[in-house]
Design a protein around this ligand. Structure first.
Ligand SMILES: [Zn+2]
Ligand SMILES: [Zn+2]
Length: 106
C-alpha cells in the first residue's frame, strides 16, 4: 500500500501535455482545427477529450474573439470621443479686433 498524496483540487502541469502539443496551423485558427487550449499548462493540445490529459483542467475549445472584438470597438469609440473632445477644446481663432472707435472732437 502506498499512500500517495493526490492533490486533486490542486491542478498543475505534469509535463504530459508536451506530448500532445499542437503545432500552430498555417492560415487558419487553432480552435478551428480542433486544437484545445489548457489554461493551466498554457499550451494548445491536440486532444479529443474535454479535459486536459496533463493537469485535468477543463480545456478551452472556443476563442474569445467576440469579447476581444467588442473591446476593440469600445476602444475605438473612446479614441473617437477623445479626438472630438480635443477638437472642441481648441477655440476657434477669433480676430482680436475689439478696437473701440475713438471719438475725437475738436
Ligand atoms: Zn501540462
Ligand atoms: Zn493542462
Amino acid at each position: 500500500m502506498n499512500k500517495e498524496i493526490t492533490g486533486k483540487n490542486h491542478m498543475t502541469c505534469k509535463g504530459i501535455c508536451i506530448r500532445h502539443k499542437a503545432m500552430k496551423p498555417v492560415g487558419t485558427g487553432r480552435y478551428s482545427t480542433g486544437q484545445k487550449r489548457c489554461q493551466v499548462c498554457e499550451i494548445f493540445l491536440k486532444w479529443d477529450g474535454l479535459w486536459c490529459p496533463c493537469c485535468g483542467y477543463r480545456l478551452r475549445t472556443r476563442p474569445r474573439n467576440l469579447k476581444y472584438k467588442a473591446k476593440l470597438r469600445t476602444r475605438k469609440k473612446i479614441d473617437e470621443y477623445r479626438i472630438a473632445l480635443q477638437q472642441q477644446e481648441q477655440p476657434p481663432q477669433q480676430p482680436a479686433v475689439q478696437a473701440h472707435k475713438k471719438t475725437s472732437h475738436t
